[in-house]
Design a protein around this ligand. Sequence first.
Ligand code: RUB
Length: 330
Amino acid sequence: MVFLHTGGEGGGMTTATLHPDVETTAEAIASMEVRGAATIAGAAADALQTQAEHSEVSTAAEFRNQLRAAARRLHETRPTAVSLPNCLRYVLDRMEGDSVEELRATTAAAAAEFSARLETAQDDLGAVGANRLRDGDTVMTHCHSTDVLSCIEAARDRGIELSAIVKETRPRKQGHITAKALRELDVPVTLVVDGAAGRYLKEVDHVLVGADSIAADGAVINKIGTRSLAVTARERDTPIVVAAQTVKLDPATLSGHTVEIEYRDESEVISERERDDIGEITVRNPAFDVTPPRYVDAIVTERGQFPPESIVTLMRELFGEQTATPWENE
Ligand code: RUB
């Protein structure tokens, strides 16, 4: 069990006992053993469900405190993927009741419902994305996106033959995960280093990327290197399509908030030995970048396909200007 001191509902301090799965999940997200925006949100929902189902507290106030403490622990792991706060908000906003048993039931049900919706959304999005793909097309991918793979899988299920040029995606080479998943779908794969993408774009019919967050102006926040890929693709007239469930829409950007870009450890970029050999240098490792809407042709969601500039309409409909952070309430 993990003991955290948290603010209590009466303003005093209480000790919230978190289920070990919450800490295990938080560590797995922070270390990127669990990664990718949709997968992170699903893991967070599972952890909240476990916390609710196994809570041993005796009062409703303690239960609420404990769930908020669990949500805070999950929230602090990775800053850029908005699916994480969207998940925590979805579950905590539905934590209702006067007794521990009522709170347990509503919270666990909300977490299970969030997970189920995530899965359905990805399938529905895949069906929309597959409509863009034609027999014989070549797609180029960046990083590893389960939303992108859902589009390709739906196309393959319809008997559409595709091939893929997969960018390695430095520094952590998530392109290898994509390559493996595509081979499992029987898609021929050509792996290229990131710098070679431009060279191969003329053989590509669609650039297909995922998103960690989408801002109200239609800007797409995704793995570092997405922006330069989109700029080059636009220069070559290759359509760039973003596959992103609506859980990637960031409602806070409606009211002027910006998306925090995560910087990761320098050791992902260069080893200690290589660095010593070079001498005194600065190393920067931003994990994500922002692609302005003018370089994006379409955002494919489970609610259909949108030009990036019109995504704000869907964002307002689904979230309003919701920026509440119920995990911080006392
Ligand atoms: C993953 C990444 C993915 C998006 C979308 O970054 O940028 O493109 O998260 O993935 P990291 P999905 O490896 O740093 O988490 O479509 O699976 O949500």
